[in-house]
Design a protein around this ligand. Structure first.
Ligand code: ADP
Ligand code: ASP
Ligand code: MG
Length: 417
């Protein structure tokens, strides 16, 4: 007998039929004798709808009220799943973030979990074999007593954090794909499912745009050394062999992975914008004059490239920001024009970042160089490059994203046979 957290994403709870299917998965584990805490997302599309309503109500809405609104999607699915489980004769109750409590920072819309009290849930496992059905994505700030949310995709993080709090043996993430692939299988049909992936590699994949897991959930898995297993909720619960290993991907420490490839996977993100500040005088303090105000405005700058301007005398500085911060970033630079002293501001939003990830890159040289040659062979222009120990990223025109991902996927031998 063990203790499990089972997390189901939006597509898996999209309607009552699917919630019934989820309940059958839960019953399977309960029947196998496990203590089970379930974490659910809102029904597919619900959170987007709630976000849109807030924007419609006021583009400059109060973030605390935004959280009160968007947290409601998970309240509905947690209650519904508890009702269905009870109807199947399983002892179950729903829990909202504040009832547990899942204590978070007060950074509304992107709060961080600080502490979870798992005692009541654990006690109920023991006393009455009760399944806990927990609303994902939400928490409460203990100082203000207000509802918070963990950022988009945050139910993954709720699940791993709860798994750590109740000392679960494993956290199963049930989603609409049957594991973590070498790249998004919806974009590259030749993508291969990974049996195992190291926390470090998964962290990079998630940070660079593979939305199968929220970044923070991988960080928590790594910190608590909590095995996270990504699997499909569409497998028929009745067909799963209770003693076999179901299809899926285990995210675990690097030592547990026997075979290692130089490149593990490829991620991409179209949520990028490029800004070029042209013809700046090449003197000390210029970078500070540009990036200081951006940092003060809480805008994350990612890739940075500096090169000589057309006139051969001044310099150009190009950088990327998240597309959602694009307008603010442009305004921030324009307001600092006198201080920076530049001739022109160019920008592009139809750009994409493609990232190649693999902890094997630590010990292999020339991995990125191969990519530059392959992309040139496809006539794909590289606008900017960044590298780190276990990944490199290129910024390209968004129209070439799929072509670039497929080209690199083949180049590094990731295509399935
Ligand atoms: P959920 O609603 O269950 O949380 P998400 O939509 O957040 O599901 O995440 C699952 C999706 O992530 C998949 O449908 C897939 O398109 C996408 N995805 C992106 N990169 C990968 C990858 N490397 N492996 C698997 N899925 C990926
Ligand atoms: N419902 C939330 C979202 O759509 C959280 C989640 O699904 O993980 O972002
Ligand atoms: Mg998700």
């Amino acid at each position: 007998m063990g203790r499990l957290v089972m997390k189901f994403g939006g597509t898996s709870v999209a309607n009552i039929d699917r919630i019934r299917n989820v309940a059958r998965h839960v019953k399977r584990e309960v029947d196998a004798g496990h203590d089970v805490a379930v974490v659910v997302s809102a029904m597919a599309g619900k959170t987007n709808e709630l976000v849109d309503w807030c924007r419609d109500a006021s583009p400059l809405h109060d973030a605390r009220e935004y959280d009160a609104v968007v947290a409601s999607g998970e309240q509905v699915t947690s209650g519904l799943l508890a009702i269905v489980l009870q109807g199947m004769g399983i002892q179950a109750r729903s829990w909202q973030g504040w009832q547990i409590a899942i204590k978070t920072s007060d950074a509304h819309a992107s709060a961080r979990i600080l502490e979870i009290d798992g005692t009541e849930i654990s006690a109920r496992f023991k006393d009455r074999k009760e399944v806990a059905v927990i609303a994902g994505f939400q928490g409460i700030n203990p100082q203000t007593n207000r509802i918070t949310t963990l950022g988009r995709g945050g139910s993954d993080t709720s699940a791993v954090a709860i798994a750590a709090a109740i000392r679960a043996d494993r956290c199963d993430i049930y989603t609409d794909v049957d594991g973590v692939y070498t790249t998004d299988p919806r974009v590259v049909p030749k993508a291969r499912r990974l049996d195992k992936i190291a926390f470090e590699d998964m962290l990079e994949l998630a940070s660079q745009g593979a939305k199968v897991l929220q970044v923070r959930s991988v960080e928590l898995g790594m910190v608590h050394n909590m095995p996270v297993f990504v699997r499909s909720s569409f497998d028929k619960p009745e067909d799963i062999d209770p003693h076999g290993t179901p299809p899926g991907t285990l995210i675990c420490s690097e030592e547990e992975i026997m075979e290692s490839h130089v490149v593990t996977g490829i991620a991409f993100s179209k949520d990028e914008a490029q800004i070029s500040v042209r013809q700046i005088e090449d003197k000390p303090g210029v970078a500070a004059a540009i990036f200081g105000p951006l940092a003060e405005a809480n805008i994350n700058v990612d890739m940075i490239v500096q090169n000589v301007s057309e006139d051969g005398k001044t310099t150009d500085l190009t950088f990327t920001v998240p597309a959602s911060d694009y307008n603010r970033a442009r305004d921030t630079i324009s307001s600092a024009k006198a201080k920076i002293g530049y001739a022109r501001l160019d920008s592009a939003t139809d750009v994409a970042k493609v990232s190649v990830i693999g902890s094997g890159m630590r010990s292999h040289a020339g991995v990125a160089a191969q990519a530059f040659t392959a992309l040139a062979g496809r006539n794909i222009n590289i606008r900017a490059i960044t590298t780190s120990e276990i990944k490199f990223s290129v910024l390209i025109d968004a129209a070439y994203t799929e072509l670039a991902v497929r080209t690199l996927h083949t180049l590094y031998g990731l295509d399935k046979a």
